[in-house]
Structure formats: structure tokens, C-alpha cells
Design a protein around this ligand. Structure first.
Ligand code: ZLM
Ligand code: CA
Ligand code: ZN
Length: 387
């Protein structure tokens, strides 16, 4: 099908630069930037590019990245290469290792995905779009002075800092299977950003080991950030209906209590079933229903990628979520277009919605009672905001 109709008076902008897709973290590293090539191929094959404003993004400048990161750390990222890294005394200090390796073009990679997130944020600030998408962004673990969990610069933090110039309150929602620790930490002491992460939580056995229900901001009630960090810690195997129910039960009252003027949504695809690193049983439609729920709140939204380690499913998910942002998901044929360039990656089913939990890869360890206790715990936190 070609030529999706563009809804009037409503603009979705898509921010990308195919240069990011060409970087390699190294053999067998789970992070594969070429998943973005697959994603864009599906978006184009469905003809969605005609329904959005497409922007070729630029690299973030050093000054822009220094709004959050230290000069020392940025200097390091800029100078280090696979050839000189053994002479570098501070690899450990910056948390370089198997998770965050030094590869060719590292600084260009980080500044490109960050530039795309900043461009997207600015489109919302000047009201040129209602939804701005950067699938190469969403790298929620990076800290002020160190890399972490495949993330080098924190494009989300930098984008939110841009939004805060125009918006009084930003709600950050993170549905990556990992805890959004870097974003939470950056805005720990402010009431101008509320962070809400859904994730697998197991203190000792699942990265990064933070984000229990009890972690809600600074303990001192006089600190403005108190009660503005929210965490939804889950066990293995959560299924579609439970996850979507939980998401709505929690996001709706967050929006009601906090009254954000803009939402930033990190759509990590590693919360899908069959992900190489994940442990949930979500299908593509269920993940998409969370995005759809946020879209229907009618606030400006910044949409980012994040994790996602089974590239064919990452591409399916983010193409589908692009259609949800446009509002054309009903028009997509679930059979992938025959002219999709890398159709072989989606064989043998060639569909947008292969079953990802059919064989129950992970036993669901989240009882109904446990899910209710999470909802109740979050509602209790929100009650502090009303007073
Ligand atoms: N070892 N190679 C999610 C970030 C998750 C920390 C255990 C490294 C891996 C993983 C790297 C090829 C987001 C940890 C892991 C091995 C200490 C994690 C390189 C396999 C490989 O084969 C691998 C040599 C590598 C890394 C697995 N790392 C799986 N899980 C996590 C980080 C990022 O999705 O949230 C956002 C983009 N790290 O569990 C170790 C404790 C390092
Ligand atoms: Ca998360
Ligand atoms: Zn993740």
C-alpha cells in the first residue's frame, strides 16, 4: 500500500540520520545500530514517510552535550579510539568495558543520536510538530561522567533540558525492560520532571539493579524532587493484558496528578517477548497500545527508541509505533509489503505481528495480587502530590 493520508492540523516529525546505522559495537555485542536501517525500511515500505515531516539530523555540538556531561568526559569520548585506548589511564573511571566498548567513530555515533533527540525536542518547543520521533535515541543509562549499559551520552536528559526551557512540567515514561536510571538520577531533585519507569527488577541479577517501588525521589520531603520518581518493578514473564492494564492504571493518574505539559516516551523494544536480553512476554500490539494510550492524552510527545536486541522485532515494533503516532495503524496490512528491501529478515511469516509469547518463553511470575500492590503503591505516592 502506498501513500498514507496525513491527518490535517497534526504533524508528526521523524528525525533520523542513516550514518548512525553504520557503527559497530563489536562482534556479538547485542546492540546493533543496523536495526534502525530495518526499521526505516519498513516505515518507507508502508509509505508512512508521506504522512510525516522527515528531518535529516545533525550531530549535537560539544556545547550542547556539555549541558549535562562534564568537559572531562566529553574530551575523553572525543579522543579515545580502539588504537590509543590502551594508553588511556581512565577507561575504568568512565566505565568502558564489554557493555560500553570503544569502537571506531564512537564520538560521532553518540553526537549523532543526541543531535537527533535535540532536533526532535526543538520541534515540540516551537510547536512545529505534535509528535517528534527519534528511534536512534532513548539511551537512558548514560551518566554525567560515565558510560553505562550501551549508552554513552544521555540524549533523553539533554532533550528534556531543552523542553524545560518552554515547558513547566515534563512527564518521562520508560517502557524499556531496563530501569531508566540515568534519567531518574539526572532529575532526582526537581519537581519539574516526573520519571516513571516500568522494568524487570532483580537487585542482584538484572541490570542495572535499581528501581524498586520504594525508590520515589529524595527522602527529605522538603526536597522538591520528593515523590517525583516513580518505579514499577516487575518479575519475568509479564503478559500483554496485564502489562497494558498496569500501564493504564498507572499512567492515567500520573497525568491527572502531575498535569505535565509534554511527555517523553522511551519505547525500548527489549520488553517484547523473544528479545535477546529481555524476559517479558509482550507482543507488538500490546507494546503499541501503551504508545497509543499516551498519544490519546493529546499532549505533545517526544518518542524515543532505546533497547531492543532482536532486530527484526525491533523494526516491526518501531514501524508499527510510527503508524500509531501518525494515526494510520488501522491502514497497515499485517502482511509486510512485498517490496520491503530486507524482506528475508522477516521470513518465514512476513508479518508485522508474529506471535512472540505463544510458547510462553518466560513463566509469568507476576501474580494479580502483586500487580495490584504496584498500582496501590504508585497511587499512594501520587497522593503526596495533591497536598
Ligand atoms: N557483562 N558482548 C541495556 C544494557 C544492559 C553487566 C554483565 C558484559 C549484556 C551483554 C557485551 C560481546 C538498554 C550487565 C554483562 C558481557 C557486566 C547487559 C559484549 C552479551 C554481550 O556478548 C556480549 C563480547 C555483551 C553484553 C551480553 N550486558 C547483557 N546485559 C547489561 C547491560 C541497555 O536496553 O536499557 C538501553 C539501550 N549489563 O548485566 C554485566 C553486569 C558486563
Ligand atoms: Ca524501563
Ligand atoms: Zn533495555
Amino acid at each position: 500500500k502506498n501513500g498514507i493520508v496525513r491527518p490535517k492540523g497534526y504533524t508528526v516529525s521523524f528525525h533520523a540520520n542513516s550514518s548512525v546505522e553504520k557503527f559497530h559495537f563489536g562482534q556479538s555485542h547485542p546492540m546493533k545500530p543496523w536495526r534502525l536501517t530495518l526499521t526505516k525500511q519498513l516505515v518507507m515500505a508502508y509509505g508512512m514517510h508521506t504522512a510525516m515531516d522527515l528531518y535529516l539530523t545533525r550531530a549535537a555540538t560539544r556545547e550542547e552535550m556539555a549541558e549535562f556531561h562534564t568537559e572531562d568526559y566529553l574530551d575523553f569520548l572525543k579522543r579515545v579510539t580502539p588504537n590509543n585506548m590502551l594508553l588511556e589511564p581512565r577507561l575504568a573511571q568512565y566505565n568502558i568495558g564489554d557493555d560500553c566498548p570503544i569502537f571506531d567513530g564512537l564520538y560521532d555515533y553518540a553526537s549523532l543520536y543526541t543531535g537527533a533527540s535535540l532536533d526532535a525536542a526543538r520541534k515540540l518547543c516551537n510547536e512545529q510538530s505534535q509528535v517528534a520521533i527519534n528511534w536512534s535515541g532513548g539511551l537512558h543509562h548514560a551518566k554525567k561522567t560515565e558510560a553505562s549499559g550501551f549508552c554513552y551520552t544521555n540524549d533523553i536528559v539533554l532533550a528534556i533540558l531543552q523542553l524545560l526551557r518552554y515547558h513547566p512540567r515534563v512527564l518521562y515514561i520508560d517502557i524499556d525492560v531496563h530501569h531508566g536510571d540515568g534519567v531518574e538520577q539526572a532529575f532526582w531533585s526537581t519537581d519539574r520532571v516526573m520519571t516513571l519507569s516500568f522494568h524487570k527488577y532483580d537487585k542482584d541479577n538484572f541490570f542495572p539493579g535499581t528501581g524498586p517501588l520504594s525508590s520515589t525521589g529524595p527522602e527529605n520531603p522538603l526536597n522538591p524532587g520528593a515523590h517525583h520518581a516513580l518505579n514499577v518493578p516487575l518479575h519475568d514473564g509479564i503478559e500483554d493484558e496485564d502489562y497494558v492494564w498496569l500501564f493504564k492504571q498507572i499512567v492515567e493518574p500520573c497525568v491527572g496528578a502531575y498535569q505535565p505539559s509534554v511527555i517523553v516516551l522511551q519505547c525500548g523494544a527489549d520488553s517484547l517477548g523473544c528479545d535477546r536480553l529481555g524476559c517479558f512476554n509482550l507482543n507488538i500490539r500490546a507494546h503499541g497500545r501503551c504508545v497509543d494510550f499516551v498519544k490519546r492524552l493529546n499532549l505533545p510527545i517526544l518518542v524515543f527508541g532505546g533497547g531492543g536486541y532482536t532486530p527484526r522485532n525491533v523494526a516491526r515494533l518501531w514501524a508499527y509505533e510510527t503508524s500509531i503516532c501518525i494515526g494510520c495503524s488501522e491502514q497497515l496490512d499485517e502482511k509486510l509489503p512485498a517490496h520491503t528491501p530486507a524482506l528475508a529478515h522477516f521470513a518465514p511469516d512476513n508479518t508485522l505481528f508474529p506471535p512472540l509469547s505463544e510458547h510462553g518463553r518466560f513463566e509469568n511470575k507476576n501474580s494479580r495480587q502483586y500487580l495490584w500492590s504496584l498500582v496501590e503503591g504508585i497511587h499512594k505516592q501520587l497522593a503526596y502530590l495533591e497536598s
